[in-house]
Design a protein around this ligand. Sequence first.
Ligand code: MOS
Length: 785
Amino acid sequence: MNPLPTSQPLQARPIAEPGTGPVGPGDAPARVDGRVKVTGQARYAADHGAPDMLFGVVVNSTVARGRIEALETAAALAVPGVVAVLSHLNRPRSRRLDLFYKDMTAPSGSPFKPLHGDTVLYSGQPVALVLAESFEAARHAASLVTLRYAPLPHDTDLLANLERVHRPSRLKAGYSPPPQPTGDAQAAFEAAAVRVDAQFYAGPEHHNPMEMHASTVLRDADGHLTVHDKNQGAQNCRWVVSHVFGLSRRQLTVRNAYVGGAFGSGLRPQYNLLLAMMAALQCQRPVRVVLTRQQMFTFGHRPETWQRVRLAAQADGRLTAVLHDAIAATSRLEDYVEVVVNWSGQLYRCDNLRLRYGLVRLDQYTPIDMRAPGAAHGLHALEVAMDELAHALAMDPLTLRLVNHAERDAARGLPYSSKELRSCYAEGAARFGWDRRPPAPRSMRQGHELVGWGMATGQWDAMQMFARASAVLHADGRLVVASAASDIGTGTYTVMAQIAAGAMGLPLEQVEFRLGDSTLPVAPVEGGSSHVTTVGSAVEGVCEKLQRQLLRLARELPDSPFSGARWSDVRFAEGAIVLRGGTALPYPRLLALAGRTHVQEKYLMLPRLLQQKKYVRAVHSAVFCEVRVDEDFGTVRVTRVVSAVAAGRIVNPRLARSQVMGGIVWGIGQALHEETLADHRLGRFMNHNFAEYHIATNADVHDIEVVFVPEDDRIVSRLGAKGVGEIGIVGVAAAISNAIFHATGRRLRSTPMTPDKVMAPSPEWPAGDGATGLPLVPPATHEPG
Ligand code: MOS
């Protein structure tokens, strides 16, 4: 059986330009999918279609909680071209039990089931799907669907409900509960001479990748369904759709060959997928459902989060207590967890530690992972508090970090598998010119702007999951490697081809990496910055198996110079198996002599968990930034960012730099712009558009410098790589907040730091150290259990 689909993919394939140059890990070829993307040949989920395709437009609820009493579709059905209006009243049969709706990344609870019943659980919930021969007809008809609700009281206000906090009983895969306390953090805090007690608030943020979520269901002649869907794991989506509709994997293929950014929004199947499938089954026609930009605000978001960080230190800066509490919003359906506080038990050395995390259930959709989930918030609070502590100690913020640098995780005593954070600090500080920073706030001014310099540390987990890969080396020297991985814009096509090319000693343009298809060998969702460590290791592993097979073939040739050659006697370079001494047998010649049209292998990469569990495995960064603050207008410009990153071996520095830059730009958005504001009377996110939900754009982005410090970690992956992506955003907002303090002397603890807050820091977010005389809000009793 051939493990690879032999038919040509339906669309333009990413292949490197000839003469790309050196290709092994560490080289920096341009994206192999660059040409098909910029020439418009790369087809995204909504670019697929069929002549008889129906267009589906979603109708969303306008109340946050209640029951649908009446759903009026006559006017919509009267629109020429409209074929059907699907709702809970007439949808095709689907499974009922929660377990069928559970995707591989689902948190504990009861997953949302679109169009399942008459219950409305959140504002914006899909309540109907209008299907028409044209998008325009469907959109117009959708505006004519009217609903009558029996509303029920709702609550969407986290801060008003902190006393309802509960500790999540079950965490989803990949997340650990906060560690047990060590020492006596409360007593150490109270006894300390120098203390910081600060509360933080971050509003919800919504996903706004360039490509909106979309699903196109195509029907093949034999009734087989192919769904082109925007997601971060085709197999995860295939799994859910199969379960919900009772289809076997033979009846259904999910593809995500090209994804226009996802950042966590595509980890779980979104409702457009299940709606498009329902419509395809009901109408027996191809269907496309695309969410509008506004509808992108009707599924998961980065959760609204309240935090309190208490730090205590000796006069020399050594931390004597770290207390970190976080309370985040979740839905009534599921306990979405991102733990938030765990990094505070890892980054610095401290004997007295207490970390707590809790959730409040609200009438909203379940939050979803968003780039560096948990760390983006948790390290923001910790790193702003560290800056406050440095100020209270009259100590340089960088020196304070160095004094407390941890070689072991404070909570569990485990060593780091590698931690070149000191190099990040040194390299970042040197490039930024940190040693020229005057210590006092408000000491730099240029023109009408105050200038401030701030820094923060970043950390993200270095994860590895399991994956399979297959490889076929053809007689013409072409290598095809495949795994059901995703490329959400991160460069998977390129780096996997690069790893394979490097292993086999082939030019990049001779290597094709296939991904984005649920029929390919098993791969996890692309999330958590773990695709290189996971799929990359599988690719390297399958290439090694191929090499061993080639050696066997070479040994068995008549009168072979390789006869008796051992693994250690050969290497694989310049498209050939090369014997010590220099005899080289090019692969095409070897296959021809062996009478083979191709050789192929499969490989299952399993993480070495027993070894890995002995270590904390993490990626680090040191972020330095400069802001310019106009006090008259409260505007902040982030004019310079230097991020020094330690992420193991970097497979492709060009693409890795791009990942970190993107994270920094998003960090600017988190710090200054992004917040979805709810009207709690309506229980609805109000600013669901780019006019009112601001993201960082070109004018907000100035000098960004990314540097990777040398690091090599064979515990995280056989490649020595740890993964980049999430680390780019972590610490950026804290560095900006700290720079604003340095510029203005004002400490801002809620994000985004909009001009109103810069001009008048909110008294709701005090330093509760008693010095200000302000009460802690909310009262200290509202703590995670
Ligand atoms: Mo990851 S939360 O999929 O950027």
